[in-house]
Design a protein around this ligand. Structure first.
Ligand code: TTP
Ligand code: MG
Length: 425
């Protein structure tokens, strides 16, 4: 299965305040709601409490499980498993369809509670966010105290449980939130040696950026755990997996991560990208995947009421080398039509010299919040008519509303049909 991650720009070029924040111990929290879709279903129908609830396709149809309650997980059911298999493993499971609009509603309520603790929040999916709480430690004293209060508020106000990890950086906080799931709270130790010891027995796949293919490559080299990565010299690791990727996993294996929490307000770019489970060389699949990323970015731009001046694509090859190519739009825009054109222009100029591991699209150079609708000057043929800007805008908005209600799969650009193996959550 592919995973979509939404990256927010500017993570590397942090301000002095950011740089200070980064080194405060216990200042980053990662929160992840427990069995999110299934828990919302139980919330809305309390008679399901304690039952094995499975959200996704029904067991007699093709399709997969989106998530399962912890009761269902005891039977071996998990996200992305074919529903038929889930039906076999858990014949008494209560199968329910995905109700995306409702999950978004609850997600907004969760994010609102989080926002009452700090405004340095980076939401990374419907049920997950990083918080930098170093700015509120004068009041709360420790990250752990914030985490306890946050969990209580979510439970009291929403009757849902969340798991929270507390650490000095994002990588460790994310690992920590998973350590005591469900309804968990784990505080990473401060001492780097204690951290290294804690990480050592974990499988190498727990390192951010190590997917199935990378994991297999590491295993070929005899590297199974994070401890195995720690024991190798960087030069040796580089000879196995290339210098870029080696440097990346070496830092994380020792519990070091320089990424900062980037809020939406601070974000200098909006981007969306897909990492393939298996590196992809098929240009058509890549094109369609790229269009999917563009549509995601377009939706975010429009919901933020922003227009961008520059578009970029990002390609990461199998050896982990990454290229970014950018070009300005003729005029600031938030129209899918302009964004897709830019993305495909940039993509068509690239030579696919090796299989692609990741593909993404992003925009930057935002125009003010308001301003008249500006139509990009599209390269039209002599007989093509310039589209009516208001119609294009209305079309984008209608598509956004449909996706909001029925999920990203509900509607796709004609050229994107059939091709893209969608994975949306
Ligand atoms: P997760 O946080 O990965 O899973 P979860 O909240 O169901 O369970 P937990 O965090 O306790 O392990 O994903 C959040 C939601 O995203 C999940 O409820 C359903 C959706 N999702 C999918 O639709 N498909 C997937 O493959 C995954 C992993 C998640
Ligand atoms: Mg979750």
């Amino acid at each position: 299965m592919k995973t979509i991650c939404e990256a927010r720009g500017g993570a590397r070029s942090c301000s002095i305040a950011d740089a200070g924040r980064r080194f405060l111990v216990g200042a980053i929290l990662h929160i992840d709601m427990d069995a999110f879709y299934a828990s919302v279903e139980v919330l809305d129908n309390p008679s399901l409490r304690g039952k094995p609830v499975i959200v996704g396709s029904p067991p007699n149809k093709r399709g997969v499980v989106s998530t399962a309650s912890y009761e269902a997980r005891r039977y071996g059911v998990h996200s992305a498993m074919p529903s038929r298999t889930a039906g076999r493993l858990c014949p008494h499971g209560v199968f329910l369809p995905v109700r995306m609009a409702r999950y978004h509603e609850v997600s907004e309520a969760v994010m609102a509670i989080i926002a009452s603790f700090t405004d340095v929040i980076e939401q990374i999916s419907v049920d997950e966010a990083f918080l930098d709480v170093s700015g509120v430690l004068r009041r709360w004293k420790t990250g752990e105290a914030v985490a306890v209060a946050l969990k209580r508020r979510i439970e009291r106000d929403l009757r849902l449980t969340a798991s929270v990890g507390v650490a000095s950086n994002k990588f460790l906080a994310k690992l920590a939130s998973d350590f005591r799931k469900p309804d968990g709270l784990f505080v990473m130790p401060d001492d780097p040696i204690a951290i290294a010891e804690l990480l050592a027995p974990l499988p190498a796949s727990r390192i951010w950026g190590v997917g199935k293919v990378r994991e297999a490559r590491l295993q070929e080299c005899g590297i199974r755990t994070i401890g195995d990565v720690q024991r190798l010299r960087l030069e040796t690791l580089s000879s196995f997996v290339g210098a870029n990727f080696a440097a990346h996993i070496h830092e994380l294996a020792w519990g070091r991560d320089a990424r900062v929490v980037v809020t939406e307000r601070e974000a200098k770019s909006i981007s969306s990208e897909t990492t393939f489970d298996e590196d992809c060389s098929n240009p058509e699949v890549l094109r369609q995947t790229l269009i999917g990323e563009v549509e995601h970015v377009g939706r975010r731009l429009r919901s933020d009421g922003r227009r961008a001046r520059v578009g970029h694509i990002r390609l990461r090859f199998e050896d982990f080398t990454t290229i970014t190519r950018q070009q300005p739009f003729p005029k600031a825009t938030h129209s899918d039509r302009d964004l897709v054109k830019c993305a495909l222009d940039l993509f068509s100029r690239e030579t696919l010299r090796a299989p692609i591991r990741l593909i993404g699209f992003g925009v930057s150079g935002f125009e003010g919040e308001t301003g008249e609708w500006q139509q990009g000057e599209l390269a039209l043929g002599p007989f093509e008519q310039q589209p009516d800007p208001e119609r294009v805008e209305r079309l984008d908005q209608a598509v956004d509303r449909l996706r909001e209600r029925f999920g990203r799969r509900a509607i796709r650009r004609g050229s994107a049909l059939n091709q893209r193996a969608d994975d949306e959550a």
